[in-house]
Design a protein around this ligand. Sequence first.
Ligand code: 15L
Length: 274
Amino acid sequence: MKTILITGATGDVGTHLARELAGKYKLRLSDKRPLKPAKGQTFVKADISKMADALRITKGVDAIVHLGGYSVEGPWQSILQANIIGCYNVFEAARRNGVKRILFPTSNHAVGFYRRDHTIDHRVYPKPDSRYGVSKVFGEALGSLYADKYGMEVFMIRIGNVNPVPIDKRRLSIWFSPRDLAQLVSIGIDRPGIKFEIVYGVSGNKRSWYDNSNAERLGYRPQDDSEPHAPEVLAKEKPGDPTAELYQGGIFVVAEEVPNPAAPRKNSPARKKK
Ligand code: 15L
């Protein structure tokens, strides 16, 4: 049985994945936050923004599913530590420890600035919708480098939204059921001959914005479709931001005030002096 490391195992996607893959692989779960592993799983606490931790957790595994990181839009410092430095550490630690296969769940937000009336496939140029999206594009580029330069086997899944059921209109197009997630991840772990692949992590949704033929070519046969949930989801939907509604990334595309950590805070002495 293969030993698989899942980083970021306490997150939503990690929790669904660990449950779905139980019994199929020996799972080594890892996160900064504590977790009580289920029977047959092990847990290692680690902060992947530290290379020593990344080296420790990647030793002796057959493949890595690198979910760890900041999972939404956030301050640059947080994204930098978790998704740029942390991601580099995991790829580099894998290389140093001789782990060939790595799955990187990237995100729909790497291409979130494509319009909803546009069907995109795995070959489109990235159009990130946020600092978070940019960090995912960084991970995709890093994976490409490690595949070409070091012969690693890299499987990129641009994940939509993992949930037991789709939660709103946008998610009807990008819903990824836990069992379809497990199927696609298993392909990424077990399919021989992977060099570098990008696929979309979505179920077989009728309303999809993606041409996911690359995943199908690799054997993916989604079992779920969000459509039966559509009447209930749409009945609850309230009108949203009109710009967000144009783009696949939704609210992530909307410009926001980025806090400047160098600026004196409201009541700081530096500001009062003026
Ligand atoms: C993501 O990439 C995030 O990790 C997740 O929290 C959701 O925001 C998801 O995208 C989404 O677009 O629904």
